[in-house]
Design a protein around this ligand. Structure first.
Ligand code: PMP
Length: 419
């Protein structure tokens, strides 16, 4: 069923925000950065659904951009976190939850001998870089071109307000390309501190790529030879593909890993996990934050990871992702549209062929929104354990109608058959 396109509550809030917030909204959740038709403000969330400020309901495939893994407002997770809040979340130091959570990380993640906690993914990736430099005494960090690691000057995708000095020790290479990595290693000379890689290639607005295990082994061997740190940025994929770490399936162990997003099912928390070789550097650096020690998010994380380990949540997410992917593939086929679906099914991305300016993707996603389905036209999406077959089927019904609209509106759409 189509929802009204007008959302006067949203426009009202955006107009008010524009007077007191730069641009009305900042960062990746600014709807102008997503596409037409997206509501900016939400009023509630539950399971795999979100409601905008007007009260329109959506089956959600963004999962708060990753933090929702078990379902919004998960009762067991929230009960554990709220019990900590009832006792006092923030004090002059952490509660015993911190020790329990670090023990759980070490028990769960295949390369982890220790863990330390922060709030955002950027805190975790930046801490990894600091530990790598402290351990090695070297400066150069090799980063794959187009990979996102956060929004502070050393790694921000924007250059506005960033100086060349902030990036002076970052060298780029191409993901999954051993020759390009070798060239970057040569460029680093004897100053190589770390190679930093996302779990798989999940860059904005391009088909996703799993890591080539031979490429990961190559990166591992460079770090073994030079003493540099191999850093896995598992902020986006962590605990969604494999609780042991997203490279366990490829048999490659990083020295350091960065986590956030899904680790506490929406409660604010990030983590760095590391091996014994990185312990000395990790022990010497000074990193901290006023809210890094809160026990509520740690209790939420203990509960979330416990549930992920003791239930079939991961397999369920993958199965729901596959059901969605297969359904979309047959819808595309039926409408004669060439649709690329790449990467892990539980973190899907949709890309239309011959759609450089995203006109087709924007039409499709706006049409899906009107029918109560929240997709993203150019970023990878996320399934949660709360998505059920009936939700996927309902989303596919809407996607079918949205595809029909899209084909009608875009005469240039790339067809599988025909001219
Ligand atoms: N690394 C990766 C791979 C990410 O996807 C993100 C967030 N999208 C970050 C780091 C930064 O995390 P945060 O936004 O929580 O700082």
């Amino acid at each position: 069923m189509e929802q009204s396109l007008t959302n006067s509550r949203d426009s009202e809030l955006l107009a008010r925000a524009s007077k007191v917030v730069p641009n009305g909204m900042w960062g990746h959740m600014a709807t102008r950065a997503i596409g037409p038709g997206y509501p900016q403000f939400f009023s509630k969330s539950d399971g795999c659904r979100v409601w905008d400020a007007e009260g329109n309901e959506y089956i959600d495939f963004m999962c708060a951009w990753g933090p929702n893994i078990l379902g919004y407002r998960h009762p067991e997770v929230n009960t554990a976190a709220l019990a900590e809040i009832a006792r006092g979340d923030i004090a002059n130091g952490p509660t015993e939850r911190m020790v329990e959570l670090a023990e759980l990380f070490v028990d769960t993640i295949d390369y982890a001998d220790w863990a330390l906690f922060q709030k955002n993914g950027t805190d975790a990736t930046t801490t990894c870089v600091t530990i790598a430099r402290a351990t090695t005494g070297k400066r150069k960090i090799l980063v794959a071109r187009g990979s996102y690691h956060g929004a502070v000057p050393w790694c921000s995708p924007s250059v506005v307000g960033v100086t060349a000095e902030d990036r002076a020790h970052v060298i780029f290479f191409d993901y999954n390309n051993a020759q390009s990595l070798d060239e970057a290693v040569t460029g680093a000379g004897d100053d190589l501190a770390a190679i930093l890689l996302t779990a798989f290639r999940h860059d904005l607005n391009r088909d996703q790529e799993m890591p080539d295990p031979a490429f990961l082994r190559h990166a591992r061997s460079i770090c073994d030879r030079t003493g540099a740190a191999l850093i896995l940025d598992d902020v986006r994929a962590g605990f969604r593909l494999d609780v042991r770490g997203s490279w366990a399936m490829h048999g490659v162990k990083p020295d350091l890993g960065a986590y956030s997003k899904a680790i506490a099912n929406g409660w604010p928390l990030a983590a760095v996990a590391g091996n014994r070789r990185m312990l000395d550097g990790a022990s010497k650096i000074f990193v901290t934050g006023s809210f890094w020690y809160g026990s509520a998010a740690m209790a939420a994380s203990i509960k979330t990871i416990g549930i992920l380990k003791s239930t079939n949540a991961l397999a369920h997410m993958e199965a729901m992702g596959l059901r969605f992917r297969e359904g979309l593939a047959s819808i595309a086929e039926r409408h004669g549209v060439v649709l690329h679906q790449t990467g892990p099914a539980q973190m899907p991305i949709l890309r239309f062929e011959n759609d450089p300016d995203l006109k087709i993707a924007n039409t499709f996603c706006a049409a899906a929104l009107r029918r109560g389905i929240y997709l993203h036209p150019k970023h990878n999406m996320f399934l949660s354990a709360a998505h059920q077959p009936a939700d996927i089927d309902r989303a596919l019904e809407a996607a079918d109608a949205a595809m029909k609209d899209t084909v009608a509106a875009n005469s240039g759409i790339s067809h599988r058959t025909g001219a």
